[in-house]
Design a protein around this ligand. Structure first.
Ligand code: GDP
Length: 518
């Protein structure tokens, strides 16, 4: 599925196929990878491919055109399957190696099953044809049982008889790979976007620190890019190809060793380029925390009181629905958003995510769960905008991750419950009580400190004890006139929202003021 979600057709350019060599043990996978490497010494080059970086590219010719093919340099389907299990799609096509003097063996069948499960087309290399007793026809016959029918037999699988040892027919095999790829795959990618790829190998190098071989799926990776892969992040300091040469940029399907991670990513981790180092770090930290939490959750047997307490604690929640132009950016956005540092009282939750425009279904969910919809490089589809307006659903569009983060951060700050502080306004002593049939009990007061205001909050004190906590001064008069404020040293008449008052009670008026947050 390379080549999807990458803008217009016109942005897509043909990229090399990425090939894995599979087959039974001792049938010649390693030898084949060696001989392909050797057959491809570039003109004027001394050593050819000098570095084993986990993958390499060779230049070949098809129908007069120069074409590149990328090989994953680890034979066997274990690596292939391990990567697939982690959600990485690092192979377009498989070469199935079968020794002509041996035949279809258990791991041959396993390899076929893995490739077919991954929807990866197969080219069969019938190897060791130099050997006595080699019977390539027998191999063709055996493989028909597994759905691999040779073109000569009326099927659509290409078989090439080779000798990895003698270098026979290697060019024909490369040609078959390209023909099969062109016939059954859409090998196109947009090189004009931030790179996405897969780490296919990584280790800690004594001199260079963490080194990861990355296979670019789409976009172009450049020196200086901020990157994240799994829970590792960093910035591309150097890139080295399989010839040991420094490269400044890597296009789709190109494998490169990347130097600049602050820790070692895992094989099969997806690599993303993000706008800033800060975001790369946030995403990596978030993944780290998640990994730790998952590990803790597994090791925890009983729920502790603390867990229960925090689960019960009231939280305000900001729900988000994320839509983006491809799964990589949606993932990056989610990680970055969840990495925003917020108060414990507020919780940010991504309740749904997906690739594509904002749909009516998204809007309905947002409306039902009071969520904000974020569209990253996408727009609303069909009647979704209309529906959103009707339902009062907020859809926000972004094309830069840090802008999205900034705004959501602000929205979250706005959601925080304000913290108030109390400012004492003044006190008044009740000197006399009047009953009024119209307004209830009127208290004749003397303001003893500060001032008393109409509509102010107050508490009622009796012998310095609070008898009523949340009372409001509902009316305030001087002589016969309604006033808003009476100062210290003046008499006034007032009513409260609380009627059980006595002579000698003290009214303490106060105001709540929102405390500034930092
Ligand atoms: P792998 O386990 O599939 O990687 O197999 P290898 O590449 O290690 O090859 C196993 C053995 O078969 C080695 O001794 C190779 O030299 C030998 N071999 C591989 N390809 C050929 C070939 O085309 N002809 C002959 N005669 N021997 C081969």
């Amino acid at each position: 599925t390379y080549g999807e979600d990458e803008g217009d057709e016109s942005d897509l350019e043909i990229r090399p196929p990425v090939v894995t060599v599979m087959g039974h043990v001792d049938h010649g996978k390693t030898r084949l990878l060696d001989s392909i490497r050797k057959a491809n010494v570039r003109e004027g080059e001394a050593g050819g491919i000098t570095q084993h970086i986990g993958a390499y590219q060779v230049l070949t010719e098809l129908e007069g055109n120069e074409r590149l093919v990328t090989f994953i340099d680890t034979p066997g389907h274990e690596a292939f399957t391990a990567m697939r299990a982690r959600g990485a799609k690092a192979t377009d096509l498989a070469i199935l190696v079968v020794a002509a003097d041996d035949g279809v063996m258990p791991q041959t069948v396993e390899a076929i099953n893995h490739a077919q499960a991954a929807d990866v087309p197969i080219v069969v290399a019938v190897n060791k044809i130099d050997k006595e007793g080699a019977n390539p026809d027998k191999i063709r016959q055996q493989l028909t049982e597994y759905g691999l029918v040779a073109e000569e037999y009326g099927g659509d699988t290409m078989f090439v008889d080779i000798s990895a040892k003698q270098g026979t027919n290697i060019d024909a095999l490369l040609e078959a790979v390209l023909l099969t790829a062109d016939a059954s795959l859409d090998l196109r990618a947009n090189p004009d976007m931030d790179a996405q790829g897969v780490a296919i190998e990584a280790h800690l190098d004594r001199g260079r620190g963490p080194v990861a071989t990355v296979l670019i799926a789409r976009g172009t990776l450049r020196v200086g890019d901020s990157i994240v892969a799994g829970d590792a992040y960093g910035r591309v300091r150097r890139m080295v190809d399989e010839h040991g040469e420094d490269v400044a940029e890597a296009l789709p399907s190109r494998p490169v060793q990347v130097i600049g991670f602050t820790s070692v990513p895992g094989a099969g981790d997806n690599l993303l380029v993000v706008d800033e180092d800060r975001i790369a770090r946030q995403i990596a930290d978030r993944r780290n925390a998640r990994k730790r939490n998952a590990m803790q959750a597994r090791s925890r047997k009983r729920i502790s009181l603390e867990d229960l307490d925090s689960a019960l604690k009231e939280t305000s929640q900001l729900n988000l629905i994320l839509k983006g132009d491809n799964s990589g950016t949606v993932e990056a956005l989610e990680e970055a958003l969840l990495g925003i540092e917020i108060d414990d009282e507020v919780e940010l939750r991504v309740i749904d995510r997906g690739v594509g425009g904002v749909t009516e279904t998204n809007v309905n969910l947002a409306s039902a769960s009071n969520a904000i919809i974020i569209g990253f490089n996408v727009r609303a589809e069909g009647k979704a905008t209309e529906l959103a307006n009707r339902e009062g659903v907020d859809i926000r569009y972004y094309s830069v991750i840090y802008q999205a983060i900034d705004e959501i951060e602000k929205a979250l700050k706005g959601m925080l419950k304000p913290v108030y502080e109390e400012i004492e306004l003044g006190r008044a002593e009740i000197r006399a009580l009047f009953r009024s049939s119209k307004v209830g009990t009127i208290a004749g007061c003397m303001v003893t400190s500060g001032s008393i205001r109409r509509n102010a909050k107050a508490r009622l004190l009796r012998d310095n004890m609070v008898v009523a906590e949340t009372v409001t001064i509902s009316s305030l008069k001087r002589e016969k006139d309604d006033v808003t404020e009476v100062r210290e040293g003046f008499e006034c008449g007032l009513t409260l929202t609380y009627n059980d008052i006595k002579e000698g009670d003290v009214i303490e008026a106060y105001e709540l003021r929102e405390k500034a947050r930092d």
